[in-house]
Design a protein around this ligand. Structure first.
Ligand SMILES: NC(=O)C[C@H](N)C(=O)O
Length: 477
């Protein structure tokens, strides 16, 4: 999932130190003007091409996959595919901008690009956006705990329904999991082996995808208790009145009040950009071209997984699919063993990911507020504790994971994918190399502007949706 985790080993084995060096930027021989793309930095990467693809795929894959079927139900199959292709291509282009900017001076972290482009302000801006994004990602992971753990406990107790005891209440369970598992892990000085478990979450999501495909042929639509439990999306409410068969029809194009969440959900699902430069640094024989290939293959692979999950998830539940796909299966059979296994796997994966996502936030906070200060336990513990409390409060009060995907996907995700790479590129690539009116720079400027338009549009639509109050028909919990 959100894989700062991939570079766990970078972080653990002195990456912080290297980062501190990068602060001063002097550790790199400036290779400006050199035509040949030799080593990206003086740091010899050791990770193979295949492993880098795996790491970057892990960085892309996360809770976002659970929201895609919902997105498809609000756009229709064709429009969804068009948007998915569009965001995937733009995401790859954004990586091209990051790599090219980084190549100019050999930077190895997203924040450092900000520093290079706009000085301390740029660094703080990048750190801030990454912090907001990771807090959002942590919230989405804990939200999955809130919605799935009660179902797992319920299944172990053999209950078909939630009978309301405290141990079946997601809010209590989130707090317990945070105190018992996440906090101790977050207090470790280094992530250690946890940084290496990244492959586990990707495996879980492959397992999830296979189950989604299998279940499509196993579950008949309409669901029997659909009316009590899973409200269809609002357009379907109307067609539902004319007969249930409309609910079980795949729409090719559709637009409703929930369509506003589509681009944010897709943008969220493709964010991996803060991880690109560390992976680049670690890549063996690192050249920009080689790293772009790593990025393109990873994006293509995750694109395929996303498309299949969305398609089969949607074709299972049609209009009744919820913002968090896995949760929708509880409407069929709460005791289903396959789904129980998927739930457990996804739960373990997301729970272990939370501390991994927390580490970079803490690092960003520490570097921004107390740069150049040595390690201090009180700060280390205090920040972790504070972050976990904030995320818990968010998760308890947020009614649906859709709101997390929507807000984060409409603000920090377009900033990380479009706006920041675009403007960093404009500032970092010297005008002797590319004048401001050259095609690449104009493209980069349009790209940043596009991100800004996405952001304003998505935010406005989401706020309108909240204000008009129709949103709850989207299947919040
Ligand atoms: N890396 C992230 O920020 C989110 C990730 N793309 C996800 O789908 O969860």
């Amino acid at each position: 999932m959100e894989l700062q985790k991939m570079n766990g080993h970078c972080k653990n084995e002195g990456f912080d130190g290297l980062d501190a060096l990068a602060e001063h930027e002097e550790f790199l021989p400036h290779k400006s003007g050199g035509k040949k793309e030799i080593h990206f930095t003086d740091f010899e990467g050791k990770t193979s091409f295949g492993m880098s693809v795996f790491n970057l795929s892990n960085a892309i894959m996360g809770s976002g996959i659970l929201g895609l079927a919902f997105a498809m139900s609000n756009t229709g199959v064709i429009l969804f595919i068009i948007l998915l292709v569009f965001i995937a291509i733009l995401s790859a282009y954004s990586i091209h901008l990051l790599l090219k900017s980084a190549g100019v001076i050999g930077i190895r972290a997203y924040e450092q690009l900000g520093n290079r482009a706009f000085g301390t302000k740029g660094k703080i801006l990048a750190a801030f956006v990454i912090t907001v994004h990771n807090v959002g990602a942590m919230s989405s992971y804990l939200f999955i705990v809130k919605s799935e753990l009660p179902l797992v406990i319920q299944a172990f107790l053999g209950k078909q329904e939630n009978t309301g005891e405290w141990f079946l209440d997601g809010n209590y369970l989130v707090i317990i999991v945070s105190i018992v598992i996440i906090l101790p892990l977050a207090l470790m000085k280094q992530l250690g082996y946890l940084g290496y478990t990244s492959g586990f979450s990707l495996t879980c999501m492959v397992f999830f995808l296979i189950s989604v495909i299998y279940k499509k042929f196993n579950i008949t639509c309409p669901l029997e208790d659909r009316h009590q439990n899973a409200l269809p999306n609002d357009t379907d409410v109307h067609s539902d009145l004319n007969g249930t068969e409309h609910v079980c029809e795949a729409k090719l194009f559709t637009i409703n009040s929930q369509t506003a969440y589509t681009i944010p959900i897709l943008a969220f699902a493709f964010v991996c950009h803060p991880e690109v430069l560390p992976i680049y640094t670690e890549l063996r024989d690192a050249t920009k071209k080689r790293m772009q290939k790593v990025a393109n293959i990873s994006i293509l692979a995750m694109f395929t997984m996303y498309l299949l999950t969305a398609l089969f998830g949607y074709l299972t539940f049609f209009g009744a699919v919820e913002p968090e796909l896995l949760h929708t299966y509880s409407k069929v059979d709460a005791l289903d063993v396959l789904i129980l296994c998927v739930r457990l796997a996804v739960l373990v994966a997301v729970t272990l990911t939370v501390p991994v996502v927390l580490f970079p936030i803490r690092r960003a906070v520490l570097q921004t507020i107390w740069p150049d200060k040595p390690f201090h336990w009180a700060k280390h513990i205090g920040i972790a504790f504070g972050l976990i409390v904030i995320v818990n409060i968010l998760v308890i009060f947020v009614p649906s994971i859709r709101d997390i995907f929507g807000l984060i996907g409409a603000t920090s995700a377009p900033s990380l994918i479009f706006i920041l790479p675009g403007i960093f590129y404009l500032r970092i690539v010297p005008s002797e190399q590319e004048p401001l009116l050259s095609r690449p720079k104009i493209q980069a400027a349009c790209f940043a502007a596009l991100g800004f338009i996405f952001m304003v549009m998505s935010l406005s639509f989401i706020i309108i949706d909240w204000v008009t109050g129709q949103s709850r028909s989207g299947g919040g919990h």
